[in-house]
Write a protein that binds this ligand. Structure first.
Ligand SMILES: Nc1nc2c(ncn2[C@@H]2O[C@H](COP(=O)(O)OP(=O)(O)OP(=O)(O)O)[C@@H](O)[C@H]2O)c(=O)[nH]1
Length: 408
């Protein structure tokens, strides 16, 4: 078993994120702090809200790392890790809850857990000849395009073939309105009952940066739990589909067989990112418009710059109601995976994605520390008012706030 690599964690965590190195953090978390993710943390005895780092719990940890975590934290992380790599769905759900947390200490623990899962996955990949152990597919499309119906039939087909499928739903509306485009209705009812499937909506609130981080981390956790196919679904609203395109091996755009205004919302930029376009609902009366849309997209894609040397984007038709085109769509996804793996492009794409992921983490953390900085918080209302009234330029206000932030 690979030990946790807390020293690496220190390197990847910006100094602002941790007010002091983890080594100096000897506080023990109260039971309440972990209530959402686990019941395994014990309450400290009355009057003992802190605990010294434990040296008695050693499973999977080096002496140096044991210094960083107190006993209950170690036990929690061990329990989550063992459950996760043992393929327990409840542990996977708990691990994702941990990475979604906003609590600073739990965020640190989540990173320790992730380092360990990443190391485990790396080991599996090296046993697999350096090839990724899971296939990540992003699926996007306008509201009502038939995404959840498509994922349900594809997911069921894949679990019947012996795959383990996880579905992560990224909901951009939760970032801006606090509402939900994806979460409010019952979706993928049959797949959610399938023991070889795991479905998880994105957190109910947060910034796009936050959702990007947690989705990337949830993907790693799903892979650690043995899911060999990870489907990431998002609605084609806002910037979330670009974020998803940056996290996956293959990006699939689902387009309904409707023309004119209904397709206006589909951004040209996102069509360029598509490795496959599936025209959905190609059944009954909708076959004719579906064919027309297929022809339109086929010509449109020919005019776009090629994203990959190993793959030409394709346009297909499918119906989740009749199942027509569903096995074929999956076969195309597999041939994409084969071509990209053979050329090494898939592996290179993943490496580049790690950089994007790191920068989204940095952006999220820097912004958080900036807006929580006491000096910035004090000066912000007045400066915002001045900017709104045109008394000072936005650039000057931003400079003043940044100076305040950097001066202490
Ligand atoms: N005729 C036909 N209707 C379909 C098909 N797939 C989905 N629909 C219908 O299209 C509507 C939207 O389907 P969903 O799968 O919920 O679409 P979605 O893209 O997940 O929708 P949002 O969650 O709102 O983004 C539903 O009424 C479905 O019954 C299909 O293959 N054929």
């Amino acid at each position: 078993m690979r030990p946790f690599s807390v020293s690496l964690l220190r390197h990847i965590t910006a100094p602002h994120t941790l007010t002091a190195p983890l080594v100096t953090k000897t506080r023990c978390l109260h039971r309440g702090i972990f209530a959402a993710s686990s019941s395994s943390i014990q309450s400290p005895p009355p009057g003992h809200s802190r605990c010294a780092p434990s040296r008695s719990v050693s499973t999977g940890f080096s002496e140096h790392q044991v210094q960083d975590l107190c006993g209950p934290e170690l036990r929690l992380l061990n329990k989550l890790y063992d459950g996760l790599v043992g393929g327990q769905r409840a542990s996977l759900a708990e691990c994702i809850t941990l990475v979604e947390t906003q609590h600073p200490r739990k965020k640190e623990l989540a990173q320790v857990l992730l380092q360990r899962v990443l190391a485990y996955r790396k080991e599996q990949e090296s046993q697999n000849g350096g090839k990724p152990v899971a296939f990540r597919v992003g699926l996007s499309g306008p509201p009502g395009a038939g995404k959840s119906s498509f994922i349900e039939v594809v997911g069921k087909m894949l679990t019947a073939r012996g795959h383990k499928v996880s579905v992560l739903a990224v909901d951009p509306s939760s970032c801006t309105t606090g509402g939900s485009l994806l979460g409010d209705k019952t979706r993928m009812t049959e797949l959610s009952r399938d023991m070889n499937a795991f479905i998880r909506p994105s957190p109910a609130s947060g910034t796009l940066g936050g959702v990007t981080r947690t989705t990337n981390e949830a993907i790693v956790l799903c892979e650690g739990a043995g899911y060999d196919i990870v489907l990431v679904e998002t609605v084609g609203v806002g910037q979330s589909e670009f974020a998803v395109a940056d996290m996956v091996d293959m990006f699939v755009l689902l387009i309904p067989p409707a023309g004119g205004d209904e397709l206006q919302g589909i951004k040209r930029g996102i069509i360029e990112r598509a490795d496959l376009v599936v025209v959905t609902k190609s059944d009954g009366d909708l076959v004719v418009p579906a064919r027309r849309i297929q022809a339109e997209y086929t010509s449109a894609l020919k005019l776009l710059r090629r994203q990959s040397k190993s793959w030409n984007p394709k346009v297909m038709r499918a119906s989740s109601q009749t199942n027509e085109g569903i096995p074929e769509a999956w076969a195309v996804m597999q041939s994409y995976q084969d071509a990209m793996l053979a050329s090494g492009e898939l592996q290179r794409r993943r490496q580049a994605q790690h950089k994007v992921w790191m920068w989204s983490l940095i952006q999220e953390n820097v912004l958080l520390h900036f807006s929580n900085h006491p000096g910035v918080r004090g000066a912000l209302p007045q400066l915002e008012e001045k900017v709104t009234k045109g008394a000072i330029s936005p650039g000057l206000a931003a400079d003043l706030l940044l100076k305040t932030f950097l001066s202490s």
